[in-house]
Write a protein that binds this ligand. Structure first.
Ligand code: F6P
Length: 593
């Protein structure tokens, strides 16, 4: 036999050995899972037996499955995935915004839960996993409330995970957060026609702060193989920095905002570095497939890489990264609903607080005061309604709750001033005898207060000019257990892909929004119920535990493949491909053909 023939024979022997081991491991894992599911169903847990088995098989076969909605996703489901599929894995969450902020007030220390979709999504997950959450400590009393390792146990009334705070200097905060993240990447990724600003000094601060967080992740990791959940555009460089120090970590990065097309992305002077940093991740998640595709296109255009479209993977620098859509959601059932009064009482209380008469229709908007949210466009819609249907003057009030945000940046100051000016103008033009059509409250509200506002409203307006998902839309639906209320939802928010029964609007079209507002104001209770019910089912089934569970199941699959890879390919493995799933696919294909 020739040398070539011998080599081929060895490759075939090794490959078939690999496949046999794969088959044995999969069958053991199935037996284990089927056993644990039997135990679960006998114990009467919320994981439905037959349906769950089917769904988990689908997960094993194809990655995220649309049938996953058959599982009743809950904190228990997450804990089960961690125990069965990722035993001993430590979950570390990294975000800029911390879930609990301590501030000094006149009468002591005040605890604040920030108005952030990211926080409301990640908090129940971290609680369920008893993880460690690393975040910037920005509160004036944050340093006073940590231990000597900069840690504090939270939630304060029922501690279930560790918050590790990272301190930033004023210059770091200015350059990394206000500068590169919020004047550069934020407008770059949103189509809101605000020009991004890129400064070299901001980039340097961004890099330095990402390194500081990487040091903290390494310091908090209890072993070489944690699962690190990196959150958002504040940390594009962090996955690569962690990968260099903890090569065996599973790094799941979730990009909470849209990803632009490659032409827009090319504006960023450090575009290759941003992409390279993100590709240190094992998995990169986006809210929609559209944004995942935009990311893949950007990589294809600017980096030497191989795109494996069928596997939704990018092979770059000897490693593979999965790029998937995982639509984020909220906790279901929302824990705080139990603390709230019935809808009728919420309505009465809110009307009393703002001096509104009982028969006035209440329309609400709730968000950070941000130019991507289309707040001024709502005012235009109201203006349109009053112009074309003056009979509604005096019968409808629009309440805008706008949590102050990034207030030192010129674009935000300008928006704040413009909102106040337009609100005053509308109140002067249409107000009379104590009636003001627009009430604007530019203050932070707690989640409980926000839910009470949702319950008191007749209409909720979510009119983002561009938004990754928008959790306000889902929260409004979750808050309405009376199945009443109308949701106006921008077609440019990711949530419009799921909440199909909302009244979908184009916020740039004021005339159309005015018409739809009229439709909402005159909608019968029966139609409201017919629309609200299926939306509630969607939010219940696609809740935040499903979002996190899907990523964790994908992570478990990657880990198994990586382990298998190590076990089977020592002889033929090039250096630095420990978890290179694409090379495994390649070999399987070779053997099959
Ligand atoms: O939408 C992007 C995002 O980072 C969210 O994840 C979060 O809810 C919000 O912006 C918070 O912004 P900030 O922390 O700058 O107030």
């Amino acid at each position: 036999m020739t040398d070539y023939g011998m080599a081929l024979l060895w490759v075939l022997i090794l490959a078939s050995l690999g496949l046999s081991i794969l088959a044995v491991l999969l069958s053991i894992s199935r037996q284990r899972r089927s056993h644990s599911l039997t135990v679960a169903s006998t114990a009467g847990e919320d994981v439905a037996s037959e349906a769950t088995r089917k769904v988990l098989r689908e997960f094993e076969k194809n990655g995220q499955s649309p049938d996953a909605a058959l599982v009743n996703w809950s904190p228990d489901t997450l804990r089960k995935i961690l125990a069965d599929d990722l035993p001993d894995a430590q979950v570390i969450v990294v975000s800029n915004r911390e879930p609990y902020i301590h501030n000094i007030k006149d009468d002591g220390v005040e605890l604040l839960v920030p108005a952030s979709g990211l926080v409301s999504a990640l908090e129940p997950i971290t609680r369920a996993c008893s993880g460690t959450w690393i975040a910037y400590g920005g509160g004036s009393a944050d340093r006073l409330t940590v231990d000597s390792n900069d840690r504090v146990q939270v939630p304060p009334d029922n501690p279930s995970y560790t918050l590790r705070r990272v301190w930033l200097s004023d210059d770091e905060y200015q350059g990394y957060y206000l500068g590169f993240a919020n004047e550069g990447l934020w407008p770059l990724c949103h189509i809101a026609f605000t020009r991004p600003v890129f400064r070299a000094s901001d980039w340097e601060a961004y890099e330095a702060v990402n390194r500081k967080f990487a040091d903290t992740v390494v310091a908090e990791a209890r072993n070489e193989r944690p699962i690190v959940l990196v959150q958002d555009y504040h940390f594009a460089l962090l996955p690569r920095m962690i990968r260099e120090r903890l090569p065996e970590a599973i790094i799941i990065t979730f990009w909470h905002i849209p990803w632009p097309n490659s032409e827009v992305f090319s504006i960023c002077p450090w575009r290759e570095r941003v992409l390279d940093g993100l590709l240190g991740s094992s998995i990169i998640g986006f809210h929609t497939q559209f944004h995942a595709n935009n990311f893949t296109e950007s990589v294809d255009r600017f980096l030497e890489s191989r795109i494996e479209r069928a596997d939704a993977a990018i092979s770059y620098g000897g490693r593979a990264t999965l790029v998937h859509a995982y639509p984020i959601s909220i906790e279901w059932p929302a824990e705080l609903l139990a603390k709230l009064p019935p809808v009728e009482e919420s309505r009465a209380r809110l009307r009393e607080r703002f001096g509104l008469s009982a028969d006035v229709k209440l329309c609400v908007g709730v968000e950070r005061l941000d130019y991507t949210k289309g707040i001024l466009d709502r005012f235009h819609a109201l203006d349109e309604l009053f112009t074309r249907h003056p009979e509604w003057i005096g019968k409808v009030v629009f309440l805008q709750i706008a949590a102050p945000s990034r207030g030192t940046l010129p674009a935000y100051q300008q928006l704040h001033d413009e909102c106040l000016r337009y609100a005053n103008e509308l109140n002067q033009r249409y107000g009379h005898d104590g009636y003001k059509p627009v009430v604007m409250v530019a203050e932070h509200h707690s989640q409980q207060q926000v839910y009470e506002i949702y319950r008191a409203a007749d209409i909720c307006m979510v009119t983002s000019l561009h938004d990754g998902m928008n959790l306000v839309a889902k929260e409004f639906v979750a808050a309405r257990d009376d199945e009443q209320g109308v949701l106006l939802l921008s077609t440019f928010a990711g949530a419009s892909r799921e909440l199909l029964e909302a009244l979908i609007v184009n916020p740039y079209d004021a005339a159309m929004m005015g018409q739809v507002l009229l439709q909402a104001l005159t909608m019968s209770p029966d139609e409201q119920r017919e629309r609200m019910r299926p939306m509630r089912e969607i939010v219940r089934d696609n809740n935040v535990f499903r979002w996190a569970g899907s990523m964790l199941l994908d992570a478990a699959r990657l880990r198994k493949r990586g382990d298998l890879e190590r076990a089977t390919s020592v002889a033929e493995r090039p250096a630095n491909t420990d978890t290179n799933i694409v090379s495994l696919f390649d070999r399987m294909r070779k053997v099959a053909s």
